[in-house]
Write a protein that binds this ligand. Structure first.
Ligand code: NAD
Length: 256
């Protein structure tokens, strides 16, 4: 059996992944704001440091896989702090623990929203690792009444960070796979308020069209996370795997 760390483990996709892996007999350390083995706020430097310190204590310094699910969809700069900088800090901070495994794997949750029009200044600030500049760009978007672009921008920047990072010395050369998944609309506490409102549902379904089987449950996403982080995944890295009922092909056609 393997040892996993899952962020965002108290709800939605993270909870479903943690439950599935525990049911298979793996050890899962859950991290979240509340109700998890490690309670840490990944929007802050202290919370990110606490996550790594506590994970090191609980595991003796060795982890087989990290699944970074913690995220929010607020029209607020906090969204870039959690979704990009929190996720990158989780993966970079726990990388030394992964390096001690003989089949280390990591995955982060991006989104179909990563292919929606983004705020380029925000994405560039995030990719350059400048959190203050990213927060400033996000606040500027809010101030112009475009706070909705922050979420997709955060999901684009984290996906592009995966592509920039996966083939480097610290990751591929250390035998650690690093991928993102890009879900379509998954029915979780994050999306329930939108899905429950007919006007918002129409916007969701036009921006994330899912011709194959419609909205998904978190339990339908968990098997992909399980496989990408299993020892069987020896050669998939740097990929953004869309699990979206066809939304990516509807939106982008035959572009690969
Ligand atoms: P969710 O709200 O059910 O779960 C997210 C979890 O992250 C919560 O338990 C929350 O407490 C935790 N979290 C939020 N801020 C945190 C912080 N600062 N520190 C630590 N933990 C924090 O949402 P979900 O739908 O399961 O989303 C999981 C991931 O999947 C998110 O990154 C989300 O953006 C992404 N995603 C979701 C969908 C969807 O349709 N639900 C689609 C694409 C991507």
């Amino acid at each position: 059996s393997r040892t996993y760390l899952v962020t965002g483990a108290s709800s939605g996709i993270g909870k479903a992944a943690a439950t599935r892996l525990r049911d298979q007999g793996h050890t899962v350390i859950g991290a979240d704001l509340k109700g998890a083995d490690i309670e840490a706020d990944l929007s802050t430097a202290e919370g990110r440091a606490a996550l790594v310190a506590r994970a090191t204590e609980l595991t003796g310094g060795r982890l087989d896989a990290v699944i970074a699910c913690a995220g929010i969809a607020a029209f607020d700069p906090l969204t870039i702090k959690v979704n990009h900088f929190g996720a990158v800090a989780t993966l970079e901070g726990l990388r030394p623990l992964l390096a001690a495994s003989d089949a280390p794997r990591a995955v982060v949750i991006s989104s179909v929203a990563s292919i929606h029009p983004a705020d380029e200044a925000l994405v560039e600030a995030a990719l350059s690792g400048d959190e203050d500049a990213a927060v400033e760009a996000a606040q500027a978007a809010v101030d112009r009444g475009e706070g909705h672009v922050i979420y997709g921008s955060s999901k684009q920047s984290v996906a592009r960070w995966v592509r920039r990072t996966a083939a480097t010395e610290d990751w591929a050369a250390a035998g650690i796979t690093l991928n993102a998944i890009a879900p379509g609309t998954i029915v979780t506490p994050m999306t329930q308020p939108m899905i429950g409102n007919p006007e918002m549902l129409a916007v969701v379904d036009s921006t994330v069209p899912m011709p194959l089987n419609g909205h998904a449950t978190p339990e339908q996403v968990a098997p992909l996370l399980e496989w990408l982080t299993s020892a069987d995944n020896t050669h998939i890295t740097g990929q953004v795997v869309f699990i979206d009922g066809g939304a990516d092909v509807v939106l982008r056609g035959d572009r690969t």
